[in-house]
Design a protein around this ligand. Sequence first.
Ligand code: GRF
Length: 210
Amino acid sequence: MNKLALGVLASGRGTNLQAIIDACGEGQLPAEVKVVVSDVEDSFALERARSAGIPAVFLAPGKYKTKLEPEREMEYVECLRRHGVRLVLLAGFMRVLHSDFLAAFQGRLMNIHPSLLPSFPGLKAQKQALERGVRYAGCTVHFVDESVDGGPIILQAVVPVEHDDSVDSLSDRILKEEHRIYCEAIRLFAEGRLQIEGRRVRILGRGEKA
Ligand code: GRF
């Protein structure tokens, strides 16, 4: 089977990126990371890419704090296309993407979020969960659409919240699950087993045709 070409967008430390690189390298995923792009020049994610021999590209985001300038956004699209990317993964990418980007990668753009969506979208999801007093927290892999953290849900994982949890201890517990389900979602995509039906994602059985 041809390997699925991945492009990863990351702004920070890149542990999800690392989990994906490792899973590809160990042959657990029929996929290959072709390029890592960041809006933060000194992000550790870019360092991880370089260490793995993967093209690591910094693309300046422009003047806004939470989104890319439209011309900059097209540079991201062009970079991903140039590297032959089929599936784009947001892995701690801290900017909202807009319609031109979404149109370029419609149905081929995923995000990981550290909560059981639709609870606690946006920033500091683990802190939101702790403060709300939920008994269970978790993470969600979803396709990206125009909404913030609102696209069709692919996979979720649940972890318990302990009484003495700090934001850090809860985040660590969730992160382990993030690494696992992000790789699992990529594998399902690579195997052609994800079918978007409105707000829902159907997971097809092995060999089942869409
Ligand atoms: C993760 O918690 C992810 O769910 C969120 O940003 C964080 C990125 O962590 N979107 P890392 O850079 O992959 O370590």
